[in-house]
Design a protein around this ligand. Structure first.
Ligand SMILES: C[S@@+](CC[C@H](N)C(=O)[O-])C[C@H]1O[C@@H](n2cnc3c(N)ncnc32)[C@H](O)[C@@H]1O
Length: 167
């Protein structure tokens, strides 16, 4: 993030949205390290939609999966309505695959990766419980349908790692 923010045109303005003050605080610490950069952070409940405006690039990083399915349509409509011509959305989501063996295997490999990176069994299982019924992953096709319905016409996946999907 630091490299990206340092490298771009000085006129670009970064706007960060999240409903967690702790998360916004972490973003603030990073922005403050970079001088002469325009940025704003807002505590926003995305279940209520958001009036996006004049957006060139919107990165929805592992967040749409936490928006209640009932409200995802409205949020994506708002997002499309607020894009500049030629703008783009990068949507990163955990997805539900069509094959249950792969779904289980990807999750297992992901937890093994977390263990290799210092997370304890307890931390992993606590996080898993916290996310149950809160993180609601869609299938890739469901996300495509959601984006199409919201008005996006050009949609493609450009990267996939286990069940993490970049569209
Ligand atoms: C996996 S984290 C990703 C955080 C951040 N986007 C990033 O790239 O590092 C998911 C984030 O979604 C936020 N979130 C979950 N539900 C939300 C909602 N209804 N409205 C706004 N933010 C939400 C959480 O607070 C959390 O920071």
């Amino acid at each position: 993030m630091q490299t990206l923010m340092g490298a771009v045109n000085k006129d670009v303005q970064f706007i960060g949205l999240d409903n967690s003050d702790a998360m916004l605080g972490r973003a603030r610490t990073r922005f403050e390290r970079i001088p002469n950069r325009r940025w704003q952070l807002h505590n926003v409940e995305l279940n209520e939609g958001f009036p996006f405006e004049n957006a060139s690039i919107v990165v929805v990083n592992l967040t749409l999966q936490f928006v209640r399915p009932l409200y995802r349509d409205t949020l994506i409509h708002h997002l499309h309505a607020g894009m500049r011509d030629g703008g783009c959305v990068i949507l990163v989501e955990i997805i539900l695959g069509n094959d249950s063996l792969f779904n289980r295997t990807f999750i297992k490999l992901y937890y093994e990766m977390k263990k290799r990176n210092g997370y304890s069994e307890m931390e992993i299982s606590r996080k898993r419980e916290e996310l149950e019924n809160v993180l609601i992953p869609y299938r890739v096709e469901e996300n495509y349908k959601l984006l199409r319905k919201g008005g996006f016409q050009h949609i493609d996946m450009f990267y996939k790692w286990y069940n993490f999907c970049f569209v």
